[in-house]
Write a protein that binds this ligand. Structure first.
Ligand code: PMP
Length: 292
């Protein structure tokens, strides 16, 4: 069966899933998106993702074409149409079809695209071996330009950063804010463990308020680990007992090398090894349930 993609009011086959070259999302990165995940017929934290999408849109003065409930129902419908109980879901809201003018005023309606795909990201071997990260020269968005909380279609800083990382043979890019503090990675949040305490950069320092980040904080506390959100430096990453990154696609992935410094003993650490199965259990236990 071919993949069906929701594009502006209709479900179409992948090859027919097209948008106008005058769409402001294409012309200027003018739009917002979410990456969501379904686990065995549960959409993980759908409400939180839809809330964050609406907040991103609000920030860009982009009026959503659907209510939260209607958009959530459309996400489920896309999964069902594709017969997928487990999937990576991408929801994209663009400003819509306009002119070459930068001004979005006068664009009649936003564009809406929903894509569901089987998740193909890290292998079990990646989880067992752990990842290497390098600090990118490209800084995370400065809130005085565009808030890092807006998941906009303009991901160029992050794209520049991941290119730097891949060119250096690393899995992810460590991104700093304009003051040089550690904030997150190109598509993941970051955590460190030192002397049994889990630490992650504050949202105010420029990290996306990741939904996996929030869930890991919850799961870690349930497992009895103290968790602190604070300003972090690269020195603290280099000298941590453990480092791991979190995200919808990655879940919890251990970092064993940061800028050439071996983290801990160079193997995924015990906190991460406790968190990954606990998170996977949690992710399957809660969520918006649906059946095919
Ligand atoms: N930071 C950035 C820059 C991201 O793009 C993502 C992926 N959405 C994350 C962190 C992780 O967030 P979440 O856990 O909500 O997927």
């Amino acid at each position: 069966m071919s993949q069906l993609i929701y594009v502006n009011g209709a479900f179409v086959e992948k090859e027919q899933a097209k948008v106008s070259v005058y769409d402001h999302g294409f012309l200027y990165g003018d739009g917002v998106f979410e990456g969501i995940r379904a686990y065995d017929g549960n959409v993980f934290k759908l409400k939180e993702h839809i809330d964050r999408l609406f907040e991103s849109a609000d920030s860009l003065l982009l009026e959503m074409p659907f209510s939260k409930e209607a958009l959530s129902a459309l996400v489920i419908e896309t999964l069902v149409k594709n017969h997928m109980l487990s999937a990576y879901i991408r929801v994209i809201i663009s400003r819509g079809v306009g002119s070459l003018s930068v001004s979005p005023f006068g664009i009649p309606e936003p564009g809406v695209v929903i894509i569901c795909e089987p998740l193909q990201y890290y292998s079990e071997e990646d989880y067992e071996k752990g990842a290497k990260i390098v600090t990118a020269g490209t800084r995370r968005n400065n809130p005085d330009a565009l808030s890092p909380q807006v998941k906009s279609l303009n991901y160029l800083n992050n794209i520049l950063a991941i290119m730097e990382a891949k060119q250096a043979g690393a899995t992810e890019a460590l991104m700093l804010n304009s003051q040089g503090f550690v904030v997150e990675c190109s598509a993941d949040n970051i955590f460190i463990v030192k002397d049994g305490v889990i630490k992650t950069p504050t949202v105010n320092s420029g990290a996306l308020n990741g939904i996996t980040r929030r869930s890991i904080i919850e799961v870690a506390k349930e497992l009895g680990y103290p968790v602190i959100e604070e300003i972090l430096t690269r020195h603290e990453v280099y000298t941590a007992d453990e480092v791991f990154i979190t995200g919808t696609a990655a879940e919890v992935l251990s970092v064993v090398d940061a800028d050439g410094r071996k983290i801990g003993n160079g193997q995924p650490g015990e906190v991460m090894q406790a968190l990954l199965p606990a998170f996977r259990k949690y992710a399957r236990a809660i969520g918006t349930k649906y059946t095919l």
